[in-house]
Write a protein that binds this ligand. Structure first.
Ligand code: SAH
Length: 390
């Protein structure tokens, strides 16, 4: 196995637990490695740091999978990791649907597995993880005997690893339009053509958090996707709900979800650009008891953070103007590059401009089946605030 040595002074982040090693953090090496090979990493003074997979074509040259020198990384190792991740999810209360593997947080860098009851959707986002796809599928079959496994590798980030975008069955073909249960509601999920893996499991706990504030409320949800928050609002006693999304497909599914749950009268959906509508309504539109915002990630690159902040400020300012005095704003951000404090500061600025005072009800993050590893800051990506708008 090839050995790579970290450069002096650079290893701290890695030694203290971060699994990524960038090309410019590596010094000497011994032996040769091909793309996707498992290699050993040592600090500059020769102490063992970990082992992981190597890709010379990626800026993230090595991603560590184990800190144990004696552990053999093979098919059994992959199965052990998946089993351990499942035991952990069950332990913390996720039995039916969960993000089974959350990449780095499960020491399976660049691997995502979402479990929708009997169906599994996987993403292998690095070349090193792609190599283990067969082992991953075999382990899922053995542990869960699933009804179907699908890969949603139609993700641009794979280009950074020199890989193409693909999607398709990793099991016998099955009907990719499934229905999942969440918090006593049912949702249509389109595994093949839905966004990301088809469903946003990361908000599953937050959807419950709106329970009290939506009772008897007139609710607006912008960026509603398939209407998951809208459906929860109706379920928890909202008077009426309007959901907006730019995607015709998402809106069509949201309407079907309303039918499925018996809320077709209460929940209406429109395919529109939420930026335009919020802008227009902020001055002349109806007012709401509750406004909910869950926009997509506004940037994936550091250069555009300011643009993302401007976007957040704009939609939150307008949403606040739409909230009746004493009503509630529910606002989320999934942009990885915008840390929690920066998001809160932006909301504060929006409140100042809107001349409204915010009273914080809940400040949350992603569901705990997407674990946060304390020394891998990017594992905490979702910000979720519920505030009363005075
Ligand atoms: N809250 C949802 C997830 C929302 S994802 C859930 O928990 O399931 C973000 C959504 O914003 C996507 O459905 C996307 O289609 C939508 N979107 C992106 N740009 C938009 C725009 N300008 N106006 C309205 N919707 C938009």
């Amino acid at each position: 196995m090839a050995k790579f040595f970290l450069r002096k002074k650079i290893g701290d982040r890695v030694v203290s637990g971060h699994p990524w090693i960038f090309g410019n953090e590596l010094g000497d090496s011994e032996g040769t490695a091909e793309a996707g090979d498992i290699v050993e990493v040592y600090s500059y003074n020769g102490s063992f740091v970990g082992q992981g997979y190597y890709n010379p074509a990626s800026q993230i040259r090595i991603r560590l999978m184990s800190r144990d020198k004696t552990e053999v990384i093979d098919d059994k190792f992959i199965a052990r990791r998946i089993r351990a991740a499942w035991e952990y999810r069950k332990k913390i209360g996720y039995v039916e649907n969960c993000r089974l593997i959350f990449g780095e947080a499960d020491m399976m860098p660049a691997l995502i597995i979402d479990k929708f009851n009997d169906y599994f959707v996987i993403q292998t986002l690095s070349l090193g993880m792609e190599k283990w796809k067969g082992a991953i599928v075999a382990a899922l079959n053995k542990i869960f005997e699933p009804k179907g496994i699908y890969e949603r590798n139609d993700v641009p980030v794979r280009a950074l690893e020199g890989m193409e975008q693909i999607k398709g069955f990793l099991s016998e073909p099955f009907d990719t339009n499934i229905i999942l249960n969440e918090n006593g509601l049912k949702f249509h999920v389109d595994i093949e053509n839905g966004q990301k893996t088809g469903y946003f499991l990361d908000q599953q706990d937050n959807r419950r958090a709106i329970q009290n504030i939506v009772k008897d409320a007139v609710v607006l949800e912008a960026f509603c996707y398939t209407g998951t928050f809208s459906m929860h609002a109706a379920h928890y006693g909202a008077k009426s709900v309007l959901g907006l999304d730019i995607s015709e497909n998402a809106v069509a599914t949201a309407r079907r979800n309303a039918e499925l749950n018996g809320f077709a009268d209460k929940c209406k959906f429109e395919a529109v650009n939420a930026f335009d509508v919020l802008k227009k309504w902020a001055t002349e539109g109806p007012k709401y008891d509750v406004v909910m915002l869950d926009p997509p990630a506004f940037t994936k690159s550091r250069e555009n953070i300011q643009k993302a902040i401007t976007g957040y400020k704009e939609i939150n300012l307008r949403a606040m103007k739409l909230v009746k005095p004493g009503g509630f704003l529910v606002t989320a951000s999934c942009t990885n590059l915008v840390p929690p404090e920066m998001f809160l500061d932006t909301i504060d600025l929006a409140a100042k401009d809107a001349k409204r005072t915010l009273r914080q009800v809940e400040w949350r993050t992603q569901a705990s089946d997407h674990p946060i590893i304390r020394n891998i800051p990017t594992t905490q990506y979702l910000k979720f605030l519920i505030a009363q708008v005075l």
